[in-house]
Design a protein around this ligand. Structure first.
Ligand SMILES: [Zn+2]
Length: 117
């Protein structure tokens, strides 16, 4: 079994790739995590869950990090942090049902950098 240290979930948006990767490097996780890059990240719950369940089964990550981001085109009008936070929490709850994971981290990428969500 090939074990991943983490599962990382973030949007497709190219504008935030570099800062997300930098954040993962700071965490010492670069090259050691499964990555799901999906438009809207946790907004598209079922598709993200389908992919995440494969990572959880195959690579048993100890940690799941969700990166939401501001100005997400997949969110249209309601792009508030509260909505991103609610969707991320909803995804976490569903992931916990699939498999208990040691640690969940939710972040939001902004034009001023990555922050706690
Ligand atoms: Zn987006």
């Amino acid at each position: 079994m090939h074990k991943a240290q983490a599962l990382v979930i973030h949007c497709i948006d190219f504008r935030f790739q570099e800062m997300i990767d930098e954040n993962l490097k700071k965490r010492g996780l670069f090259g050691k995590f499964d990555r799901i890059s999906w438009a809207g990240a946790s907004k598209d719950l079922q598709n993200v869950l389908n992919n995440a369940s494969i990572s959880l089964k195959l690579h048993e990550p100890d940690e799941i990090i969700i990166y939401e981001h501001e100005d997400c085109g997949a969110y249209e009008e309601d792009n508030s942090e509260e909505t991103h936070r609610a969707n991320a929490q909803n995804l976490i709850n569903k992931l916990k049902e699939i498999k208990p994971v040691l640690k969940f981290t939710t972040q939001i990428a902004t034009f001023d950098g990555v922050k706690e969500l």
